[in-house]
Design a binder for this molecule. Structure first.
Ligand SMILES: Nc1ncnc2c1ncn2[C@@H]1O[C@H](COP(=O)(O)OP(=O)(O)OP(=O)(O)O)[C@@H](O)[C@H]1O
Length: 343
């Protein structure tokens, strides 16, 4: 487990103190993919760089496994860093070295013998899907391929923890997805813990189970991705939810729907990721003699299931509609909000 307590980083710039990371306390489980999301300036980069002491903390403690990172001397810190891989937004590759030699670099520093080094490099090249590109130079690679080299290099010394500093922010959406798939793949294959920072909800939604939302150096909300984003409490979290649910003016939309659909009962169904909610609409129309007209909605998927809202019109005999609603309320975790009763 990774246990971070009261972590602080104060920068002084032009005689002004900046609390980049401000009394941050967080536990991260072994083997999980944990995301930290925040807007520019929230303190994410500083936070992730404190974890391997690329940035020295002002105060607080960081325990990774049994080791208290903050109290290590230079020699022990160097050793501990071999167990912590890191990847970067702009890849940080050595431009005069080939793919193979970039990946071999941390092994050379760790003093691994040539034969073993070559074997390990080939394994890593296969793992990240770069077979055939061993002798290419970074300038000959696409962004996604460069990040694959970064990942292979970060994994060279078999770390237990991988830190990802905005690792997909420089990539297009399709390449982002392929890199996120690769991170999930190595997390599962190697049982590696991954901590990532991002300003993109898509990244959190797609691969993280737990998330912390950062603002002005502090964590303002944290928990399961589904819980945090299906019931956001802080304005900053609500803004991130809008990033994937789309900007809608709920009041205006409801007014329009009420004016257009004058028949039947209008209800809003709130989905919060649960297997019991699967195929809800088809189950209801098979079971009850009613019609369901989907008027508006968006459900988005996370690692623990889907969440979102659907606005529907229920048409039929009032007792059948009532029974259908009771069925949804008792047999599923979907919340039913009646916006307008049968007229
Ligand atoms: N070396 C430094 N000296 C002074 N101030 C710094 C330094 N590094 C970061 N800061 C300040 O600390 C705050 C947090 O910066 P940080 O880079 O950690 O945020 P971030 O969430 O990663 O944002 P971004 O994605 O834009 O980098 C900002 O106000 C930034 O200006």
């Amino acid at each position: 487990m990774i246990s971070i307590k009261g972590l602080r980083k104060v920068f002084t710039s032009d005689n002004r103190k900046i609390n980049a990371v401000d009394d941050l306390t967080l536990n991260i489980q072994e083997g999980e993919i944990f995301g930290v999301i925040g807007y520019s300036g929230a303190g994410k980069s500083t936070f992730i760089r404190l974890l391997n002491r690329l940035e020295e903390p002002t105060s607080g403690s960081i325990e990774i496994g049994e080791q208290e990172i903050t109290s290590l001397n230079t020699r022990d810190l160097r050793k501990a860093r071999q167990e912590i891989g890191m990847i970067f937004q702009h890849f940080n590759l050595l431009w005069s070295r080939t793919v193979k030699d970039n990946i071999a670099f941390p092994l050379e520093i760790a003093g691994v013998a040539k034969q073993e080094r070559e074997k390990r490099v080939q394994e890593l090249i296969d793992l990240v899907g770069l077979s055939g590109r061993e002798n290419a130079y970074p300038s000959q690679l696409s962004g996604g391929q460069k990040q694959r080299v970064g990942i292979a290099r970060a994994l060279a010394n078999k770390p237990k923890l991988l830190l990802c500093d905005e690792a997909t922010s420089a990539l297009d959406p399709e390449t982002t997805n392929s890199i996120l798939d690769l991170l999930v793949d190595i997390n599962q294959k190697l049982g590696l813990t991954i901590i990532l920072i991002t300003h993109e909800m898509h990244v959190i939604r797609k691969i993280c189970r737990r998330v912390a939302v950062m603002e002005k150096g502090k964590i303002v909300e944290q928990g399961d991705v589904l819980d945090v984003f299906s019931n956001p409490k802080k304005p900053v979290t609500k803004k991130f939810v809008q990033q994937i649910m789309g900007e809608t003016d709920e009041a205006e939309d409801t007014e329009k729907i009420l004016a257009t659909y004058k028949e039947g009962k209008l209800v809003r169904l709130h989905f919060i990721g649960d297997a019991a909610n699967e195929s809800l609409i088809s189950k209801v129309i098979r079971k009850f003699p009613i019609d369901i007209n989907i008027l508006q909605g968006k459900i988005t998927q996370t690692q623990s299931g889907g969440y979102g809202t659907m606005f529907v019109q229920l048409k039929g005999e009032e007792p059948d509609i009532q029974q259908a609603i009771e069925f949804i309320q008792s047999e599923t975790t979907v919340e039913v909000e009646v916006v307008r009763d049968v007229q």
